[in-house]
Design a protein around this ligand. Sequence first.
Ligand code: GUN
Length: 283
Amino acid sequence: MAKIIDGKAISAQIRAEIAAEVASMPVKPGLSVIIVGDDPASKVYVRNKHKACGEVGIRSEVIELPASATQEELDAVIDRLNADESVSGILCQLPLPKGLSEDEVIARIDPKKDVDAFSAVNVGHIMLGDPVFLPCTPAGVMELLKRSGVEVKGKSCVVVGRSNIVGKPMAMLLLKADGTVTVCHSKTADLKAVTSAADILVVAIGRAKFITADMVKEGAAVIDVGMDRDENGRLCGDVDFDAVSEKAGYITPVPGGVGPMTITMLLKNTVAAAKLQAGEKNQ
Ligand code: GUN
């Protein structure tokens, strides 16, 4: 039976560390979150981010724009936040309503305030192995592994999914930690052969219970980034938790695994952004 990696408990521990650090800062970090339209899932994520900021002493504001907002209006909000010294971090919740460009938004946010680490500049730093901001979800996964005592060095690491938000940066962080990394996706031939060889398996494809026990190596660490709904409408991950937990060595549940860590890493990045900007001001 696998050891269950408790993302909520690990998250609480790290948030307490962040709160202590924020308490010692003379000027508190500030996060501005933009949400466009009224996608219900996005609203929940944004509310959770706002609440988490308050709990660690980070100032935060949520800027709500209607789904009918134009690109120019959205750009103007970003320009104003870029110029505002009291704003340490800017995040625009994705996906955006049709007609608005995510690429444009990501490119417009000042890289020094890009706490999602989505911009080409920050992705470049990650690719070069010297990140300024760590990508939130992959960084959360790395913390879960570290704080659960799972060593990455020399291990066979398989990432299922190649998105810009999770799969690609995840591969970079595992590589930086000296893992031997393979990235799989929907066109991978014989996926099972690849996943079955993984000591560490990170799954981020957005398909409910897609990874079954026969695709997992005995004793592997299985990290589930999925947030899906099963046939009964219940929240579940990309991994068939009940069956895989009988075979894996470590496993993250959904909910309560990776999810809480993503927000925790966002808080960490917001503190890092405030320090970066304060350092530049004092030079
Ligand atoms: N939508 C889903 N995940 C994320 C995230 O990490 N950041 C932003 N900005 N939007 C998202």
